[in-house]
Design a protein around this ligand. Structure first.
Ligand SMILES: [Zn+2]
Length: 75
């Protein structure tokens, strides 16, 4: 039986349909009862669609500032 911590490692193969049937069935079973992982998978699928379409919206200025600050290495 899959646990929540297993889902991220399997998510891409699940979305691409490249898993063996028994693994896909395990994912479907887990997603049927786990709303947190359903939300994770929905967000991942949405992000992949936006990236594939080249339509990822630009971040607002405050989010961009936070991203830049987070990416800076300590001196
Ligand atoms: Zn879960």
């Amino acid at each position: 039986m899959l646990r929540c911590r297993d889902i991220p490692d399997l998510a891409t193969d699940y979305l691409e349909g490249s898993q063996p049937w028994f693994r896909r069935a395990g994912m479907m079973f887990h997603l049927a009862y786990c709303s947190a992982c359903r939300a994770y998978m929905d967000q991942l699928a949405k992000t992949r669609r936006l990236l594939a379409n080249g339509r990822l919206p630009a971040p607002d200025p405050e989010t961009e500032r936070r991203l830049v600050m987070a990416a800076k290495l300590p001196d």
